[in-house]
Design a protein around this ligand. Sequence first.
Ligand code: GLA
Length: 375
Amino acid sequence: MESTAGRWWAPGRVNLIGEHTDYNDGYVLPMALPLGVTCTAAAGPGGVVRLRSRQAPGDSVDTTTAALGTGGWSEFPAWSRYPLGVVREFERRGHKVSGVHLDLDGTVPIGAGLSSSAALSCSVAIALRDLFAPTTTDTELIDIARTAENVYAGVPTGTLDQSASLLCTPGHLLFLDTRTGAAEQIPFDLAAFGLTLLIIDTGTPHRLVNSDYAARRAECAAAAAQLGVPALRDIPFAAEADRLTDPLLRRRARHVITENARVLQIAEQLRTGADPRTIAPLLTAAHQSLRDDFEVSSPPLNIAVETALTAGAHGARMTGAGFGGSILALTDRDDTPTIVTAIRESFAAKGFPPPRDYTVTPSAGAHRLPGPNVV
Ligand code: GLA
């Protein structure tokens, strides 16, 4: 890049609890990861959009803002539709992009359920905000990044990932009401209690596009319609799901209703400074609900959770959309190496690929990085 206007960072996220609740207008409780995407960006002339990614060196894109407005997206590599979608959304909403060079470099494992795509979209969104539309609010940025994923990348996500990447703060969980957008930062200091949040990436990637994710959304919408409410968030008690005659819709609704209740309960316990060990049974209950009622778990995720619990984790669950990806486990710090070893051994015994492990603390949300400002 000939001229450097700056560097921006947006993280991936891990969702402590509140899975498949966001597109049901419900509650989520994610935190930002220390893994993310760095976007080096510079404004340029002539509507020229130049896109490079360190993770896809053979897949660069050179186009223009005018071309982005006239279709022809099928020729763009899949990964590039997220950043290009962000550029297009700024323009479509009336924020003129004179032209931009974007160089991207990411550390979030792809397909691990840790929101590599939101890190990508959000790093570009905050860069474009600072370069071209500085009054853009966080709410609009979340909507721009989500629209990039839904419309241009074709992945029908809710707002969990983009909200987490943009709004999380170090040392905190983000308690978010996805209907109202009301957000609260809840302190989450596991080290003070001798605890660790362990993430195991099973190395069996999920694929959100063309997956069962869209089917789950449709099932939830059907269940809400049959129960006569705008969204499943409006149903407070799981017993009400029994009014659904279709057993599959009943199970889907039961997951969402009980999951919202678990988020509220965990938020309440942590808000009052309780020992995080007290939330652990709710994490494990969430896994059972995702496995049995929502049916988005997988054999490697189940084995990882079961092994973690047997080896001494206080609670464990799959995290993210499911169908593969990662689990999280709440473990005593001193037990973490034993638990990782146990999971490695059980994966080897089952013939699963070797898992990757991370211990994570709540990290910073998207922000501009210090550095050169040469134009
Ligand atoms: C993916 C989606 C989110 C959310 C989760 C499941 O991460 O991008 O919007 O629905 O799955 O909680």
